[in-house]
Every structure is written in structure tokens, then in C-alpha cells.
Design a protein around this ligand. Structure first.
Ligand code: HAX
Length: 435
């Protein structure tokens, strides 16, 4: 058994009695009530999911296993010669709840290296798709194509399913899939945008470094990749992508089915596709001005025109957050250090000043502040990833760190198949006293 798996087995054994006690002795304790507006309005805020991997406070933002973003970036072991930590360290932290030592992180680096290779038939599947297929469609299809590799499905089909051991094959799937996602993403990128020329994986590099290598982009893009994957890794369980994966896996579908489905949700413009929409919106704005950086007044006009045409301002607002997203702030700090004069960064900074007062003035937007997607495209563009429809794939690689960790724990704690109850409009009218 690998070191990480042993560590996890220990953590699971410690955790299980807590869940069992809560269920057996306190199963009827109320944690929330549901209103009509929550039932119709996207279940906003209803407390009905359990995860220990991250927690999103509306005012403070995300904490990964109790650590804020600056703490994570400071505490996780750094790749030698790099500014950013190992992505593998973030996976270790999310999975076990402990900050790994240098030795522990290197074990995970080696585990992922062994599992990195993308099966040839996945490449064939991607190559059979028209080249103008959206990269997120390719990404989700590539993950689904790999489902035949699932160790969880093989275990289940062999009649071995047991609530005590089910996490083990799910762990193997999580490790295999996590290790392959950077290879899948880079393959799609080079096939679609770089004349179908590919760069082999470099066995000397960590996950972030190898991703930059396979993308064909020089330093410090390796650090951009590390930062990006860590920042996007988890945002508790209620967001569309994480919740989709949890829901699908609750039917005992394996990690490939579950994560492929999650990526279909991430591809929506109100969720992960917002990073592509931000860059598209900025480009269109600059194009109208002949390529020049707009003034604040011009930008204000474009924001108002966008709202008047019935569209949302991409990259702004959030279903839970009520302050500037710390994932935005972390990227802003990176940009201030590495690309302060970049024209798109100037527009992104100006939007930070212009958009919140306008959104606040509408009187209905609960969070007028920027979210993670308001910033991410600008850094990618600066380092040469100008094909903005690829940005959500980058989000999807990072998001797997948290979602796959959650799937392992879902099986470890024996979470049940999801099946909330629906009601009819007639019933709601009766409850409201209208009928
Ligand atoms: N621009 C214009 N209007 C906005 C807005 C924005 N950025 N954010 C919210 N609103 C509007 C909503 O559309 C809604 O209007 P209606 O009542 O007319 O339908 C009203 O304000 C209230 O919405 P809310 O309660 O503040 O926000 P929700 O929880 O319903 O939605 C969203 C949260 C993130 C979907 C929303 O803020 C939005 O559409 N933002 C732009 C898209 C975006 O950036 N998405 C990425 C979010 C982060 C993420 O998941 N990344 O993956």
C-alpha cells in the first residue's frame, strides 16, 4: 500500500465513528429549514451536504482543510527553484487534512508520475471529434472514454462491493484520473491550437511543471499552472461541478462517470465558463476601441451596455461569497508582481473599480465583487494561452483535486444515494395559504 493510502486509511478509521455517532444518536437533530424561495431559487444556502475538505465563508472566502489561501501557499512544500508549492501537496492536504512534509509530497509526485500516461484510445476518441468542438466537450468526453480503466467499476462488477473497502478502488481511480488530467488537457490544447504537434511528458517534472512542459510554455508558466490548480481545487460541495460529481457518484458510479458529468456542469457560463466569458468580453470591448485600453468612462459605458442588453457581467457576483474572492486577490498579487504593465491586467484592475458600484446600484445583486473568473484569463493570456475557450479546461484540471478527494471520502463514510423530495406548485400554493 502506498504511503498516502496508508495515511488515508488511518484518517478514515479515526473519522468513521464521528459520522456513525452523528447518524445513530443525533440523526433527528435539525440543521436547517427550507423556504419556498429556496426550493424555487436553486436551493441557495440550504445546509444539506457534508464535507470536511473545504469550507466557504461568505465574508472570508475559502479555507482548504482550515487553511486560507495565503496560508496554503506559505505552508505547502515548494518546488525547488519555484515560487509556488507542489500541486501534489495540495492534493495531500485536501485528502488527509495534513500539510505534507517534503518527503511525503515527493511520494505523491512519484505516484502521479507512474499514472500519467494518457491511453492511446483516448487520443483516438478526441481525434475523431470535429476540431471546432469546444475543449470542454473534448475534456469531458476524454474523461468518459477512460471509464473502462475504472478500478472502482471493476471492483463492483466483481461482486466485491463492501462499505468498508469501497474507498480503496475509488482512491485508485482518483489517483489515476488526477495524474492523467494534465496530460489530457495539454493534448487537447496542442491538438486543437498548435497544429496537432505534441510534447511528451517529462518524467523529471512535478504535475504543474510537466503541464507547462506539455503545453509548450516557458517559465514562469509552471508556477502559473501550480497557482491556478491550487486556487481552483475546491469550493466546498454545493457548487455545480462538485455537487454534480457527488450526486453521480452517490449512485455508486465511478470517478470517471462522476467527473465527466461534473465537467459538463463546469462548462456552463454561470459557473466555470465565466473565465472564458470575461476574456471574450474584454477583447470585444478593446476591439471596439481599436485595440486600446479603455478609459474608466468608456469601460463604465460598456458595463452599462452589457447590463442593458440583459447579460450578466462575467466574473462578478457569487452565490455564497459577499466580498472579493480571495482566489481573485491571490491572482491579482501574482499579476502585480509578474505582469503589472499588461494591458489586459490594466482593464481587469479598472473593472475592479468600475463594476462593483454599478452592480450595487441595481439593488438586486447580492455580491457585486469579483470572483475567481474575473482574473484568471488575463494571466493565461499574458503567457500566450490566448485561446480563451480553453480556460475552463484549466479550471477543470484544478477542480479535480478537491472533487476527487471528496469522492474518496464519500465512499469511505458510506454516504447514501442522493434523492431529495420534490413537491408540486399546487402543494406550494397550499402551503403558502393561497389555495
Ligand atoms: N451581472 C449582472 N447581474 C447579476 C450579476 C452580474 N455579475 N450577478 C448577479 N446578478 C443578478 C442575477 O442575475 C439576479 O438577477 P434576476 O433576479 O433578475 O434574475 C440578481 O442579480 C440576484 O442574483 P444573486 O442572488 O446576487 O446571485 P445568484 O446567487 O443568483 O447567482 C452567479 C450567482 C454567480 C450565477 C451570478 O452572480 C452571475 O451570473 N455572475 C456572473 C457569472 C459568473 O461570474 N459566474 C462565475 C461564478 C463563480 C464560479 O462559480 N466560478 O466557476
Amino acid at each position: 500500500m502506498s504511503f498516502l493510502k496508508e495515511k488515508l486509511a488511518e484518517k478514515i478509521a479515526q473519522h468513521r465513528p464521528r459520522t456513525t455517532k452523528l447518524l445513530k444518536e443525533f440523526g433527528n437533530t435539525k440543521i436547517d429549514e427550507v423556504t419556498i424561495s429556496q426550493a424555487i431559487g436553486g436551493m441557495r444556502g440550504i445546509k444539506c451536504l457534508v464535507t470536511d475538505i473545504s469550507y466557504l465563508d461568505p465574508e472570508e472566502g475559502i479555507r482548504f482543510r482550515g487553511y486560507t489561501i495565503p496560508e496554503v501557499l506559505e505552508k505547502l512544500p515548494k518546488v525547488p527553484g519555484a515560487e509556488m508549492p507542489y500541486v501534489e501537496g495540495q492534493f495531500y492536504l485536501l485528502l488527509t487534512g495534513e500539510v505534507p512534509t517534503e518527503k511525503e509530497v515527493k511520494e505523491v509526485v512519484e505516484e502521479f508520475k507512474k499514472r500519467r500516461a494518457l491511453p492511446e484510445y483516448v487520443k483516438d476518441t478526441l481525434r475523431a471529434m470535429p476540431r471546432d468542438t469546444h475543449p470542454m466537450t473534448m475534456f469531458s468526453a476524454g474523461i468518459l472514454a477512460m471509464q473502462r480503466e475504472s478500478k472502482f467499476a471493476a471492483y463492483y462488477n466483481a461482486g466485491k462491493f463492501n462499505k468498508n473497502t469501497a474507498w480503496e478502488p475509488m482512491y485508485e481511480d482518483a489517483m489515476d484520473l488526477m495524474a492523467k488530467l494534465p496530460s489530457l488537457g495539454a493534448y487537447i490544447y496542442r491538438m486543437k491550437y498548435k497544429g496537432d504537434t505534441h510534447i511528451p511528458s517529462n518524467p523529471d517534472l512535478d504535475l504543474g511543471g510537466d503541464f507547462a512542459n506539455m503545453m509548450g510554455i516557458d517559465k514562469p508558466y509552471d508556477d502559473v499552472a501550480r497557482l491556478y490548480f491550487i486556487l481552483h481545487s475546491d469550493h466546498e460541495s454545493g457548487n455545480v461541478s462538485a455537487h454534480t460529481a457527488h450526486l453521480v457518484a452517490s449512485a455508486l458510479s465511478d470517478a470517471y462517470y462522476s467527473y465527466s458529468a461534473a465537467m459538463c456542469g463546469l462548462a456552463g457560463p454561470l459557473h466555470g465558463l465565466a473565465n472564458q466569458e470575461v476574456l471574450k468580453w474584454i477583447q470585444e470591448t478593446m476591439e471596439k476601441l481599436g485595440g486600446k485600453v479603455p478609459t474608466k468612462e468608456e469601460l463604465k459605458k460598456f458595463v452599462e451596455e452589457t447590463l442593458d442588453s440583459g447579460q450578466v457581467i462575467p466574473g462578478y457576483g457569487h452565490a455564497v461569497l459577499r466580498k472579493t474572492d480571495p482566489r481573485y486577490t491571490a491572482q491579482r498579487e501574482f499579476a502585480l508582481k509578474h505582469l503589472p504593465d499588461d494591458p489586459i491586467f490594466q482593464v481587469v484592475s479598472m473593472l475592479f473599480e468600475v463594476v462593483p458600484p454599478i452592480l450595487s446600484s441595481l439593488g438586486k445583486v447580492k455580491d457585486p465583487w469579483p470572483n475567481v473568473d474575473a482574473h484568471s484569463g488575463c494571466i493565461q493570456w499574458h503567457y500566450g494561452v490566448v485561446e480563451y475557450d480553453f480556460y475552463t479546461v484549466l479550471f477543470g484540471i484544478g477542480r479535480a483535486l478537491g472533487v476527487l478527494s471528496n469522492l474518496v471520502w464519500d465512499r469511505a463514510l458510506g454516504y447514501a444515494i442522493e434523492r431529495p423530495k420534490s413537491v408540486t406548485t399546487d402543494m406550494l400554493e397550499k402551503m403558502a395559504g393561497i389555495k
